[in-house]
Design a protein around this ligand. Structure first.
Ligand code: UD1
Length: 418
């Protein structure tokens, strides 16, 4: 696999158009198999995570066609086969096939999913949700068989111990055909959940309350094809917003929903970053000086854990001490040694990191230990003196569509090297 090389120090000016949300698309694609007619999903990002899901669909026998940013999925020909470990391990979101296949066939066999090593990432809440709907879960090593003896899932009241994005979506997928009403309490409220619920409702489901902490799903007997659009990726947008806060000279982050980034925008503005917030864009300029701040990751609408790592790169430029608290994932500071290698002064203590600014960053060889750690290396490299070479770029390509072209088009010097 090639590496990414960045010659830092350039101003970023112009427009970056944000693509469809990875975390929505990776749930919408498996959700499409809940009906056996054609579904068109547009604004699907062209990233390796969506490619891996298309591979699973093809393996199950679905017909798929891609036309630019749209994907047309015809699931009328699928077979409920066990999904091989090799494919399900390619990404976290393969677990959405559990909910979708269970919902459609009342039985599913698959392995523990893959994804970034940012914590233990158990799926106990997903499985408890399936059991509450009447399913039996059999575990054999890292393989799961989930089935319903009488082939009828029954609506239930499910209280999630943690407002998990994955568990909320997976339970919605399994419950759309359940008999009666399913209530998910302490549901996650992320915009991607609303996007998935809207999609299911367009197919004929009856889901209310998505975006609040109580979601009610009244079971239906049939879903039909529809046309649906993926919302803009707030994490991709936030990453480029951070890059703009570091190197932007009238950098426009376009095709976004600024409300989805409210806390990030407010933290940037607290630090002194100049922004013009429009209806579907933000224009950002790097200020001369940055104030330090304190971020604490939390479920939506709190500060997104997926932006904690790139945001930390920005905090190295603040005049004074900033604090970062990571409250979602227990292993999400793997980027810290590499930022320190570039010249940052960051100390970690449990789930807290102290960033002592301002430090000059100098390019060197670093590693993208996971997807958003890779984003942190990219934004740091855009600002750093000299050249930064990032290894393990396959992590970055899982979530950032066309990252090289998007950044070069606004003045960066970034390329793949062998
Ligand atoms: C999703 C996002 C990921 C983001 C995360 C939190 C996708 C594909 N990925 O991941 O980018 O970082 O939300 O915003 O949408 N937990 C359990 N048991 C479970 C499920 C979760 O203990 O069964 C814990 C996790 O270990 C974690 C917390 O709950 O500490 C939140 O996890 P969750 O919201 O489920 O994250 P994902 O859906 O995996």
């Amino acid at each position: 696999m090639s590496k990414i090389q960045i010659k830092g120090g350039n101003n970023l000016s112009g427009t970056i158009r944000i693509g469809g949300a990875k975390n929505s698309a990776v749930a919408l694609i498996p959700a499409a198999i809940l009906c056996d007619s054609k579904v068109t999903i547009c604004n699907v990002p062209d990233i390796t995570d969506t490619e891996a899901l298309e591979e699973i669909l093809k393996y199950l026998g679905a017909n798929i066609s891609r036309a630019s940013e749209s994907i047309i999925i015809d699931s009328s020909t699928i077979e409920n086969k066990e999904i091989p470990e090799g494919i399900s391990k390619k990404l976290r979101a393969s677990y959405y096939f559990m909910g979708a296949l269970l919902g459609r066939y009342k039985q599913v066999e698959m392995h523990f999913p893959g994804g970034c090593s940012i914590g233990a990432r158990p799926i106990d809440l997903h499985l408890k949700g399936f059991e509450a709907l009447g399913a039996t879960v059999e575990e054999d090593g890292n393989k799961y068989k989930v089935y319903v003896k009488d082939k009828v899932l029954k609506g239930a009241n499910i209280f999630l111990d943690i407002a998990s994005v994955g568990a909320t979506i997976n339970i919605m997928l399994a419950a759309v055909y359940a008999k009666g009403v399913t209530t998910i309490e302490n549901a996650a409220k992320e915009p991607e959940i609303v996007n998935v619920a809207t999609f299911l409702n367009q197919m004929g489901a009856n889901i209310k309350g998505a975006g609040t902490n109580t979601i009610k799903i009244k079971g239906v007997t049939e879903l039909t094809g529809c046309f649906h659009e993926v919302i803009p990726d707030r994490i991709e947008a936030g990453t480029y917003l951070i890059a703009g806060a570091m190197c932007g000279k009238y950098l426009k982050i376009d095709n976004i929903i600024p409300e989805h980034l409210e806390l990030v925008i407010s933290k940037l503005s607290e630090m002194g970053v100049e922004m013009e917030v429009g209806t579907d864009y933000v224009i950002v300029n790097a200020p001369k000086e940055y104030k330090p701040t304190h971020i604490r990751t939390a479920v939506y609408p709190g500060f997104p854990t997926d932006l904690q790592q790139p945001f930390m790169a920005l905090l190295t430029q603040a005049n004074g001490k900033s604090i970062v608290e990571e409250k979602i994932w227990e292993n999400r500071f793997m980027h810290v040694p590499y930022l320190n290698k570039m010249g940052a002064k960051i100390e970690m203590c449990g789930d807290k990191a102290t960033v002592e600014g301002k430090t000059e960053l100098t390019g060197c060889e670093v590693i993208a230990t996971d997807l958003r750690a890779g984003a942190a290396m990219v934004v740091a490299g855009l600002l750093a003196k000299n050249t930064t070479t990032i290894d393990n770029v396959e992590h970055i390509l899982r979530g950032y569509e066309d990252i090289i072209d998007k950044l070069n088009n606004v003045g960066a010097e970034i390329k793949f090297i062998d």
